[in-house]
Design a protein around this ligand. Sequence first.
Ligand SMILES: Cc1ncc(COP(=O)(O)O)c(C=O)c1O
Length: 382
Amino acid sequence: MDTHRLQWIELARASLSHNLKQFRTLVGPEPKLLAMVKANAYGHGMSRIAPLVLSEGADWLGVHSLEEGIALNELGTKAPILISGYVALSDLEKAVARGLRLTVYNPETVDRLGRICRDRRLKAYVHVKVETGTYRQGVESEGLETMLERLQGHPGIVLEGISSHFADIEDTTDHTYARRQLDSFHRVLAGFEKKGVRIPIRHMSCTAAAILFPETHFDLLRVGIGLYGLWPSKETYVSCLQQNRKPVTLLPVLSWKARVAQVKHVPKGAFVGYGRTFRATRAARLAVIPIGYSDGYPRHLSNIAHVLISGQRAPLRGRVAMNFIAADITDIPGVEVEDPVVLIGRSGEDEVTADMLAAWGGTINYEIVSRLHPGIPRIVAE
Ligand SMILES: Cc1ncc(COP(=O)(O)O)c(C=O)c1O
């Protein structure tokens, strides 16, 4: 490892492999697994994670944007790539030329794709998104017939998939609403089949659905947070136990580490950091650590969180600044400049998890990891 790095993210390949195997075992051999690698692979680093998940058995990759799709394509990815977000009409040609799969729900998108296919003699592979109650993206049930006719009117368009997305599966142990969404999706599929239209790839499952509802597995699952070894929520875990399901075991893939930049002696009564929010009640020693909110460490954790140094907890003192935090090491002997600090991950017997940072910061683990700055070096630990 490059010892001059002041901060870095370690990715445990064995944990990623373990998590992927857990999902493969859970869903059986038939459905395809799409690894969600949007948002820089939930902050883990898309260029590192994508080849790893594919070599460990993922079948598809999912991204949000065209830019992410192009980046994967330029890495030489052979697996199919689904863009789950919106692509501007003027950019559709780029997606089609690269064989990127598109999520469609607007007539404007379909017509533009039809023209591109005709003029450029290309095929566009599309997944129509169905509104079942999330009201974010999707064709409402009354618009589906027209959408189908529109798609069928363009010979270059291949209707490869049909999808939907749950609104309220992670935040609750009451899955009445999720079941209603699943029922709507089933009704749509039945309606298509009645017309003799069998769309090859049906998908609706995210991590929570994959774990809790085998009936959502269909032909492909779009799994994100679970692959990275994090549970979607406490409610998902509790629901799993309530349903007497054996929970999958998930191992966090990511650790975030940094090095001490200075050991600072603070006299009793001195203030620490911007806004003087901490005042030393005794003579203290602080480790100044050169990471801050610009790297993705939430400012909200000022005076709340702790980091781990030599396996011991060092509580934050003062505000999280743009590029610095300070942690109290008065009771941790022997800390020296450039000693390693664990911001997320294990040290000795102790661990700071993304879930802990999320709970302290009033957010979810998804936000903690996906906001880790893309410029932090990602290192794969074999
Ligand atoms: C459309 C879509 N599918 C699948 C996922 C994956 O969800 P999860 O990370 O909970 O598995 C997401 C994540 O936000 C999503 O937006």
